[in-house]
Design a binder for this molecule. Structure first.
Ligand code: ZN
Length: 292
């Protein structure tokens, strides 16, 4: 994690005054919602995880306790931090590794329902989440490659719609929360499925509006504020609905909508703060694309 320390002066110069003002205001008001939302809305995507990492690690001492536990980093706290771009969710973000509810759920899923930690595999992690990177890198059985358009810790910089990678070269691909950003969804999916080996699988999670029957996309909406109004975030270009599985479907690909969370003990769901166990929706399911 030294990269973060090395880049601290740069971040202070870039965002110093604004961050300082927001942190002191948030601490005075005991209002972490405000500061996390400030980061999400003002820090460029490229630097976001680093800046949030600094902020949360400097205040995690205030969250000491043993009421919730992070399945990814194994640390426990009295509660997790609030998190949300437009509406904040309570008890969401691990102050140590930045895992959110979906990451903690996915980690359990990968451990319990897949064999990626047991056999030799090649794994392409697109738009890699910080909370997972070190754990995957440490795995001797995984040939691990991270890829992203601009992320500073990506091994390869690429556009998911046109990846400079060999056909059928990965056993496992993971691309979470990117399909709502890409211009051409069809191209992005075709590329992900192209680089997957036969018998391999991809995990493709995206934000889904459970109130929407079908996925909503309108290429004429290009203004960031209009995009936020229509698709939920300034850099989203569509909003997925209950038809998400059929949106992912392509010839030679089987889509599994795994309701893994429903098999977990209620106490576990609460302990790991995976979701509200009384209000599970399609957003809590794991979507797996298997190449036949
Ligand atoms: Zn954690």
């Amino acid at each position: 994690m030294n990269i973060f320390k090395d880049l601290l002066p740069l971040q202070i110069v870039l965002f110093g005054k604004k961050i300082k003002k927001a942190i002191s205001k948030a601490i005075k008001l005991n209002d972490m919602k405000r500061i996390i939302k400030f980061f999400l809305r003002n820090i460029p995507r490229k630097y976001l995880q680093k800046v949030v990492y600094f902020a949360t690690n400097s205040i995690k001492v205030f969250y000491l306790g043993n009421k919730v536990e992070c399945s990814v980093c194994k640390k426990h706290y009295r509660k997790f931090l609030p998190y949300g771009y437009v509406h904040s969710r309570e008890n969401a973000l691990c102050p140590n590794c930045l895992a959110l509810e979906r990451h903690r759920l996915l980690w359990l899923y990968l451990k319990e329902r897949t064999d990626i930690f047991k056999k030799d595999i090649s794994f392409l992690h697109i738009a890699p989440e910080l909370c997972f990177i070190e754990s995957f890198r440490k795995q001797k059985n995984i040939k691990y490659t991270t890829a992203d358009l601009e992320s500073p810790w990506a091994d390869i910089h690429l556009n998911v719609e046109d990846m400079p990678l060999e056909d059928e070269s990965y056993d496992f691909v993971m691309a979470n929360h990117i399909l709502e950003h890409v211009d051409n969804l069809d191209k992005a999916l075709s590329e992900i499925y192209r680089v997957l080996k036969k018998g391999g699988f991809a995990i493709l999670l995206s934000p889904i509006n459970p109130k929407r029957e079908t996925t909503y996309e309108d290429k004429n909406i290009t203004d960031p504020f209009e995009r936020e109004k229509h698709f939920g975030q300034k850099d989203h270009v569509r909003e997925f609905g209950l038809d998400y599985a059929s949106v992912l479907k392509k010839e030679g690909i089987e889509i599994v909508e795994d309701r893994f969370i429903e098999t977990l003990d209620r106490k576990k769901v609460i302990r790991y703060a995976l979701a509200n166990p009384d209000c599970l929706t399609i957003e809590n399911y794991i979507f797996v694309a298997k190449k036949l």
